[in-house]
Ligand binder design. Structure first.
Ligand code: IFM
Length: 440
């Protein structure tokens, strides 16, 4: 079936118009642009990227290796471990009604089987802090980083991994589930074991060497962190994450059956161009098995989108000339979020929450343009009947963007790395205005 987006991608003149975010916006104008009552408006973050001093996490070892490939150490990050009340005040101050953040497994279970009540209380205080401010807490149980001990025992390649994750979910849910609004098991697990395929070979090799170096340093046979490009056995890694999701979701549900539980997937807006496009093969490779699993095990699907890619019979096409680019050189296309959301829904028929969308750019004007442009397109697919329940922008703050350190910036706010003072960028006011009006 040729959908509207494929037609847009295929037609030369329409591509030029779509760069300006024009094609679907007319549909949103027709509907008046009003979002449903109770729509979740929020921002997303992840513990390791903002908390700081997450020294027991697997990645801390890698970031601090001599000769690490990481551009920066996470270090203090935005010191959100201390400053979370300030962060929640920022979210509330923007007129948003939701905040997505993640639990840090390495803090809650610093040693295998030893759980910290103090750390569980820390996250409980955050959940209560959200509730006190009228913010709906959307909580990711694991956003990439795992405890050091977990990585040192094979990480997700350890046959025990699904049970270890389920035990963590059970403990965390028993302490925290009462106040959570939406729970997510894993973040973007669909990229595990396949992300390295689309990157230069030397990056994979560099990552492999860092893992070997970390294993040697710690005196263990292997060290497999939750943030990686290279994994020794991708099939086992993926199978264990899938089973971990299944058992983790069941453990959360066993504590609170009425709590909506989902998983978040990284989904590009993949568009087919011309005859025999490889688009559908790409979709199967990167999303297929996780979308099928989500459809069977989740109450909602978290869609995370940053880009579109156009595929012909031979591969990905370069972005149209003159199109806006992000800090990494990829095209920024306002319709990509709507395309990914439509695909996620068609594949699963689950209610959708946009759990991440944003842009890596030092040019905040690009972010300020993208937010309303993408939301108009999103509203248009909602008007077509796709059930979208929320939009959580990545990210509240500039943060530790993994291998890129602090050089890739997605924040609606910047922060001073010495004083940790947060400063709103103009794009924060753009999202705030839309959320307050509940219309775009
Ligand atoms: O920063 C990441 C996040 O951890 C997962 N999704 C994509 C974001 C931007 O690259």
């Amino acid at each position: 079936m040729i959908d509207r987006r494929t037609l847009i991608a295929g037609a030369g003149s329409a591509v030029a118009a779509s760069v300006l975010g024009a094609p679907l916006a007319s549909a949103a104008r027709r509907s008046g642009g009003a979002f449903p009552k109770g729509f979740l408006w929020g921002t997303s973050t992840a513990a390791h990227q903002i908390e700081g001093n997450n020294i027991n996490a697997d990645l801390w070892v890698i970031e601090n290796l001599p000769g690490t490939m990481f551009a920066d150490r996470s270090g203090d990050a935005a010191n959100s471990f201390e400053l979370w009340p300030t962060d929640l005040d920022l979210v509330k101050g923007m007129g948003l009604n939701s905040y997505r953040f993640s639990l840090e497994w390495a803090r809650i279970e610093p040693d295998k089987g030893h759980f910290s009540n103090a750390m569980l209380d820390h996250y409980k205080a955050m959940i209560d802090g959200c509730r006190m401010r009228g913010l709906h807490p959307a909580v990711t149980f694991n956003h990439f980083t795992t405890p050091r001990w977990f990585a040192a025992q094979g990480g997700w390649q350890n046959p025990e991994a699904p049970d270890l994750f389920a035990r963590f979910c059970d403990r965390a849910a028993r302490h925290l589930a009462g106040g959570i609004g939406h729970a997510m098991t894993l973040n973007e697990p669909n990229l595990s074991g396949v992300i390295g395929e689309i990157l230069p070979r030397q990056l994979m090799e560099g990552d492999r060497k860092m893992q070997l170096q970390a294993a040697k340093l710690l005196g263990v046979a292997s060290y497999s962190p939750g943030v990686n490009l290279w994994v020794e056995n991708a099939a086992v890694y993926r199978a264990n994450q899938m089973e971990g999701h299944r058992r983790g979701a069941a453990a959360i549900k066993a504590v609170r059956s009425d709590l909506p539980v989902g998983v978040t997937l990284a989904i590009l807006d993949d568009q087919a161009v011309g005859q025999n496009s490889m688009r559908d093969r790409i979709r199967e490779r990167y999303y297929g098995e996780w979308l099928r699993l989500a459809a069977r095990t989740c109450d909602f699907l978290g869609v995370q989108n940053y880009e579109r890619k156009r595929w012909d019979a031979n591969g990905a096409l370069p972005p149209p000339e003159g199109s806006p680019r992000n800090g990494g050189g990829a095209e920024v296309w306002a319709g990509s979020l709507a395309g990914a959301v439509r695909y996620g829904w068609e594949a699963t028929r689950l209610p959708i929450i946009v759990t991440e969308h944003g842009v890596n750019s030092d040019d905040d004007a690009l972010r300020a343009w993208l937010i309303p442009a993408a939301l108009k397109e999103l509203k248009a697919v909602m008007d077509d009947g796709v059930p979208v329940q929320g939009y959580l922008h990545w990210s509240l703050l500039d943060n530790f963007e993994w291998g890129f350190g602090y050089h890739h910036r997605f924040g609606l706010h910047s922060f001073d790395p010495k004083t940790f003072k947060r400063t709103a960028k103009p794009s924060a006011a753009v999202l705030a205005r839309i959320a307050r009006a509940n219309r775009v």
